[in-house]
Each structure stands twice: as structure tokens, then as C-alpha cells.
Design a protein around this ligand. Structure first.
Ligand code: ZN
Length: 393
């Protein structure tokens, strides 16, 4: 199928019965049921999570090259599953047209590997295990299922789908990262084995195809050998593993744009694996991708605000970020609104989801209002207008 206009055709494939970021397991199951009777999808014997929720293993295609795809091993990263459900609709269309992917690939998919975590919007499984740190210990049934499926199909490629928090940025523009990809290391020497090089080339090809849509918002995920993670473990076993992390953009509560971008990344990855166009790529494009900078962005960045005080006046930048009600650093909830000052000073190397240039504006009232973790509800003025900065959020 011609995918050169897939960007504009996305709405046709989008799974409309799952419109929101937070979906219920029952809603997901209804979508699975819709596909279950289709002759071109082979549903393996179902497996079960720790609490007994069904985990589906769905196979598509009869081609020589095997690709294993799983989503949401972290329960609070649902966008990856939504993108994969959109991809399943694309595969239906592939079968009804020229069957290019069906004839060239054997795609084995495990959507929603952590259904118990999804119910609680928790990164971990019901035992409190991080499945992506359980690749060697296999304490969780979910890690055992993934390991068994991998062993059975021995895939040449694997796509490992995740969501990341809002505050990652990529250079040089320090915009929010919407797509971060990684060919994980397979040892602590950063070796580029033929297996890893293949993954790098696929990422390079996917980036080249999506560049126009996400330039300035794409990054290479943090590159360090994590032996207990699945991507690294499978890479060691000879599977070219590709980590795909979706982020977000300003105001996109349901992360719809990121969902679309990951859909496009998956379909482009499958297509380049099927037609082998990635073989012409080098690792240079991959190596030139900017780093994914964690916690380098703020919900609001105020630049060049003047502060007057009896001790002298000065200019500074402020980084404002929402403070989570829970102290759990793995909490990915987005719907809280306790905005506080999270950084003060010259913040040139940080990005803002929203940026306000306060040149010509000064703080109303006492300079001591500007303190770490002060509430973001103070006034500023340009001499004519008084603006409460909460209005900028
Ligand atoms: Zn994750």
C-alpha cells in the first residue's frame, strides 16, 4: 500500500471507539472482539495477567521476516496501545488491498501487556513489579509471557512501545519531545553489533520519513545499558529491538498528536523492514539525533522578568511546573493543576511548553514572592496592565 500520504489519511485508520488517553480494559476488549473473527488475524491461546485479565497475542502475515510488537508494559502509558490499535486497523486495510505487509512480514503483537497496571494507571504490574526490569528475573507472569512469545517466534525485529512524561525536550529548539527512539545497547561497551546496527538503520529511515511532521520534536532516548530491560535483553539474543517513546505537545490532553505520530512510526518501521529500504541507511542519521532531555521543560517559562527590591533590581527567568499531589515519581497523571515555581535564574538551556517573554514587565510586590515552590499566582505589570501569571497557564 502507498503510505506516502499516510499523515493525511490517518483519521481513516484511527480506532474511534477509543478516543481518550484513559481507556478502560472493557473498552479495549470490545475492540479486540471486533477483530477476533477476522480470518487473517491468528489469535494465539490467551494468556493472563497476575490478576487474571486476558492478554492477547495476535499474529498477522505469512512473510519471512518476523516482527514482535508489544505495548504498555507500563500500565500508565496507554497511548502506545491506542497507536497499536490504530495500526491493527491499518493491517485490515493492508489485507484488503495488496497485502504487502501480510505477504512480507510475520507480525506478532501483544497489545496492553500490563492490563492490571492500566486499570490502576500504575507503571507496575499488580505485584508492584516493573515488567521492564524483570526481563531476567521473570517474577511477573507478564514478563514470562513476553519472554515465551519471543522465544517461540525468534523475531528479527522488535518494537517496544512506551509513553514518556511531558517534560522531555530535544535540542536545539528545546521543544517538547513528541517521539523518542532508541536502539538499546547490548553490552556496557556501547558495541554496535550487526543486530544493533539494523535497529539504528530502521530508526534512521523512520526519522527521515517523519521529519517533516516532527522536526525539532524528535530525539534519541537515553542510551545506557540496562541488562534487566527487555529491549537490551532481546538485543543480546539477536533481535534488533527498537524502543519507541511517545511524548506530547502543548494543550493536547489526550496526546492525540503523539498517538498519530507513533502510528506513523510503527507503519513506517514495518514498511521499511518489509521492503528492506532501511539497508541503504547508515547509522549517521541515528547518531545525529538530539538527546532526549529529561525534566528539561516547564509548563510555563517566563523569560526576562524584572524584579525590583530595596537591595537593587535584577532580571531573571522562572520555570513553572505542576507539582504532583502524590510523591510517587512514577505518577504519570496529567490532570492536576498545582502550579509552582520550579526553577529561578537564567534558564537558557531549558524549554517551556508555553513561553512568555516578560521583557518590559516587572514583578508587583515584594521580591521574596519569588521562591522555590511558591504558588504561581503572583502579579506582574508592564506599567499599564496588571497580569496574574496564572492567566498564562
Ligand atoms: Zn515505559
Amino acid at each position: 500500500m502507498d503510505i506516502s500520504k499516510l499523515d493525511t489519511e490517518y483519521e481513516f485508520y484511527k480506532e474511534n471507539s477509543l478516543p481518550f488517553r484513559h481507556y478502560k480494559y472493557s473498552e479495549y476488549n470490545d475492540v479486540i472482539k471486533k477483530h477476533q473473527h477476522k480470518s487473517f488475524f491468528k489469535f494465539w491461546k490467551e494468556e493472563f495477567s497476575f490478576e487474571g485479565r486476558k492478554i492477547n497475542i495476535i499474529e498477522y502475515g505469512t512473510g519471512a521476516e518476523t516482527v514482535l510488537i508489544w505495548s504498555q508494559m507500563h500500565g500508565n502509558e496507554p497511548v502506545s496501545t491506542l497507536s497499536l490499535m490504530d495500526c491493527i486497523n491499518f493491517l485490515c486495510a493492508d489485507y484488503d488491498s495488496d497485502r504487502f505487509l501480510f505477504n512480507n512480514l510475520r507480525i506478532v503483537m501483544i497489545p496492553l501487556l500490563n492490563p492490571d497496571g492500566n486499570e490502576l494507571f500504575d507503571r507496575r504490574n499488580a505485584q508492584g513489579i516493573d515488567i521492564n526490569r524483570d526481563a531476567r528475573t521473570l517474577i511477573s507472569p507478564e514478563a514470562r509471557i513476553l519472554t515465551e512469545v519471543h522465544g517461540k517466534v525468534n523475531p528479527k525485529f522488535a518494537l517496544n512501545l512506551h509513553d514518556q512524561e511531558l517534560y522531555y525536550t530535544s535540542k536545539p529548539l528545546l521543544l517538547q519531545t513528541v517521539l523518542a527512539m532508541l536502539a538499546p545497547e547490548c553490552d556496557d561497551k556501547k558495541s554496535v553489533t550487526p543486530t544493533r546496527l539494523r535497529a539504528m538503520k530502521v530508526i534512521s529511515e523512520v526519522y527521515c520519513k517523519l521529519r517533516g511532521l516532527i522536526e525539532g520534536r524528535v530525539a534519541r532516548y537515553t542510551d545506557e545499558f540496562t541488562p534487566s530491560a527487555f529491549g537490551d535483553t532481546f538485543m543480546e539474543k539477536g533481535t534488533s529491538s527498537i524502543l519507541i517513546e511517545s511524548g506530547s505537545i502543548s494543550g493536547d490532553k489526550d496526546r492525540k498528536f503523539a498517538r498519530k505520530v507513533v502510528f506513523l512510526a510503527i507503519i513506517n518501521a514495518l514498511t521499511t523492514i518489509a521492503n528492506k529500504s532501511y539497508e541503504k541507511q547508515s547509522s549517521e542519521v541515528y547518531n545525529a539525533l538530539p538527546d532526549n532531555q529529561r525534566y528539561n521543560g516547564y509548563d510555563l517559562k517566563i523569560n526576562n522578568l524584572t524584579v525590583e527590591s530595596p537591595h537593587g533590581s535584577y532580571q531573571l527567568d522562572l520555570g513553572i511546573r505542576r507539582i504532583k499531589p502524590s510523591h510517587n515519581p512514577e505518577d504519570f497523571t496529567d490532570d492536576f493543576s498545582d502550579y509552582r515555581i520550579a526553577n529561578i535564574g537564567k534558564l537558557d538551556t531549558f524549554g517551556g511548553i508555553k513561553v512568555f517573554d516578560a521583557s518590559g514587565w516587572k514583578l508587583c510586590g515584594n521580591y521574596t514572592k519569588i521562591r522555590m515552590l511558591s504558588k504561581a499566582d503572583f502579579d506582574i505589570t508592564d506599567g499599564n496592565t496588571i497580569l496574574n501569571i496564572s492567566k498564562l497557564l
